[in-house]
Design a protein around this ligand. Structure first.
Ligand code: 0O2
Length: 221
């Protein structure tokens, strides 16, 4: 009957979302392990805080429409890769690359795509390191692979991005030119702050004086 079909659809949808939750939980556990291990050995953490969210269904469907992708669960599964999102906020730029490296090198994580908006900021000034990860979810009768988007950025980048996100939504994408300009300016200042903080840290820890803050090759925080 129609009722049975509806109940079945509902069940499939919940199951679909649950798999993303499981994938997200795995990545969160990995991040917490890194964080606690680091705090245990070095009494300092490169990770300031961690946020996460599952994309609401309406926002998933908006994106399906925008992409013109197949509106079935299978289609969504392959086309939309930020249904599960984890955001890691770090102290320094080098920490962001360190977290990315630590996650990328784990054998059960596959890095599907890297978008380095730190090295190449978006035209509006947005900076962040995005990794699209694929992780296995071990269910009772099979293994599902789900995408999890990790956004890794410094406190300064995060501060900027959260304000910009609110403004963007306030104006529904039509940000007035003067505000757009001032946001760009603020992004430059956030970038300068990141560099200056790294210089101070390097001086205090007795590292080399030359600026290594924006060097992606640096692997340790
Ligand atoms: P929310 O609320 O975080 O879920 P697309 O999503 O198709 O536009 P793409 O290529 O899938 O772009 O992903 P991209 O460029 O890696 O960006 C995806 C996410 O990064 C966004 O998700 C934001 O969280 C963040 N982001 C990207 N660009 C900006 C920006 O200019 N400003 C801010 N504040 N955040 C940005 P959602 O789904 O838009 O939002």
């Amino acid at each position: 009957s129609d009722m049975d079909r509806l109940i079945d659809m509902r069940r499939q949808l919940t199951e679909f979302q649950l798999h993303y939750k499981f994938g997200m939980d795995e990545v969160l556990t990995k991040i917490n392990v890194l964080r606690e291990e680091f705090e245990h050995t070095r009494e300092y953490s490169p990770i300031e805080h961690v946020n996460y969210r599952l994309k609401p269904l309406e926002r998933i469907l908006e994106k399906v429409q925008r992409y013109g992708s197949d509106p079935t669960l299978e289609g969504i599964r392959s086309a939309i890769r930020d249904i599960a999102g984890v955001r890691v906020t770090t102290s320094f730029v080098s920490d962001a690359y360190w977290v990315a490296e630590m996650l990328s090198s784990q054998p059960d994580i596959q890095v599907v795509e890297v978008k380095d908006y730190i090295h190449s900021p978006k035209p509006n000034g947005y900076r962040s390191l995005h990794l699209i990860l694929q992780v296995p979810v071990f269910l009772s009768n099979r293994t599902e692979f789900v995408f999890v988007e990790a956004q890794i950025r410094t406190v300064a980048m995060d501060f900027w991005a959260s304000l910009e996100h609110k403004i963007y939504y306030t104006y529904q994408g039509e940000v007035p030119e003067d505000i757009h300009h001032d946001l760009r300016d603020a992004a430059d200042q956030a970038n300068a702050l990141d560099q200056q903080m790294a210089e101070i840290r390097d001086r205090v820890t007795g590292l080399s004086k030359q600026d290594t803050s924006s060097d992606p090759e640096r692997s340790g925080p």
